[in-house]
Ligand binder design. Structure first.
Ligand code: NAP
Length: 277
């Protein structure tokens, strides 16, 4: 019998996870299928119980259910519980355990261009769910400084207060962060500014950017946001959101199957889905 995997979200039609995981099942000769399910918030509990009843081996959870799923799981690991969001669920004999692989996915992806986090001064731009996963994961790595700039500075403050790992951090408005750009080694852009329809907009002026800086934008469509383009023009090393996306999926795949999959193959699959853009 085919093993069942899934992703729950709303909307879900855009998700690149089914094709990425199904390609891995064929690569590893696994009799398995990964299906997308569009689930309304009021149906989430039934959907989760349905997957448990049908013996799904595991599933992903995406926007807008990453936090709302928590009460319907049997256990949530410590990092996911502190982040307050789950993107990966493992089903062992009917017991559902939730994990968050977004932050670790970001960390694994960035290791290709950054050797150490602990000697970095980092600015995270944005304070939403993705920023939360990334900030908590990086705070644990003991950077020299990790600040958060956000449109709503109260959300950045709350994020810092909620983090169980102590880090040298302050919350900034975008206006406060602008003149400080030259003081950071690493920037992680986590807002949706740069995605359609805001493709020409930038969250922060990079005029004072150091050319030794590393600038990441976790958006992957477009592959190069205006923010990344400007950082590149100023000589910074840049990375888009493909690496984070692929590694969060790889970590989920490993939890379900015990296999850490072929990252290059996953990247090619995702780039193919994006039309090789
Ligand atoms: P979210 O929880 O809704 O957070 C959105 C963040 O963007 C908040 O900080 C919000 O600021 C800010 N923001 C939204 N509109 C803004 C505007 N017009 N001007 C300034 N700031 C604005 O979203 P999320 O789940 O963190 O996702 C954020 C982005 O990350 C999305 O583009 C998503 O596709 C991407 N993402 C990528 C990956 C990957 O694997 N590469 C994984 C997850 C997410 P306020 O606090 O002021 O509202």
């Amino acid at each position: 019998m085919k093993k069942l995997f899934a992703v729950l979200g709303n909307p879900i039609g855009h998700s690149m996870s089914p094709a990425m995981h199904n390609d891995l099942f064929s690569l590893y000769n696994m009799n398995a299928i990964y299906l997308p399910f569009q689930v309304k918030e009021e149906d989430l509990k039934d959907a989760v119980n349905g997957l448990r009843a049908m013996g799904a081996v595991g599933f992903n959870v995406t926007i807008p259910h990453k936090s709302k799923i928590i009460p319907f799981l049997d256990e949530v690991d410590e990092l996911a519980a502190s982040i307050g969001a789950v993107n990966t669920v493992v089903n062992i004999d009917g017991k559902l355990t939730g994990y968050n692989t977004d932050g670790l996915g970001f960390l694994k992806g960035i290791k290709a261009i950054v050797r150490e986090i602990k000697d970095k001064r980092i600015l995270v731009i944005g304070a939403g769910g993705a920023a939360r996963a990334i900030y908590f994961t990086l705070a644990k790595e003991n950077p020299i400084q990790i600040d958060i700039a956000n449109r709503t500075v109260e959300n950045a403050n709350r994020l810092i207060e909620d983090c169980p790992f102590s880090a040298s951090s302050k919350a900034l408005t975008m206006e406060e962060a602008g003149p400080l750009v030259g003081e950071y080694d690493m920037f992680i852009q986590t807002t949706m500014i740069g995605m359609s329809p805001k493709i020409t907009e930038n969250p922060l002026d990079l005029q004072n950017l150091n050319e030794q800086s590393v600038v990441c934008d976790i958006i992957y469509n477009p592959l190069e946001t205006s923010f990344l383009h400007k950082a590149s023009e100023r000589g910074a090393t840049v990375q888009n959101g493909i690496d984070m996306f692929v590694y969060q999926g790889a970590l989920a795949f490993e939890k379900w199957t015990g296999i850490f999959p072929d990252i290059q193959r996953m990247k090619e699959n995702v780039l193919g889905q994006l039309g090789g853009k």
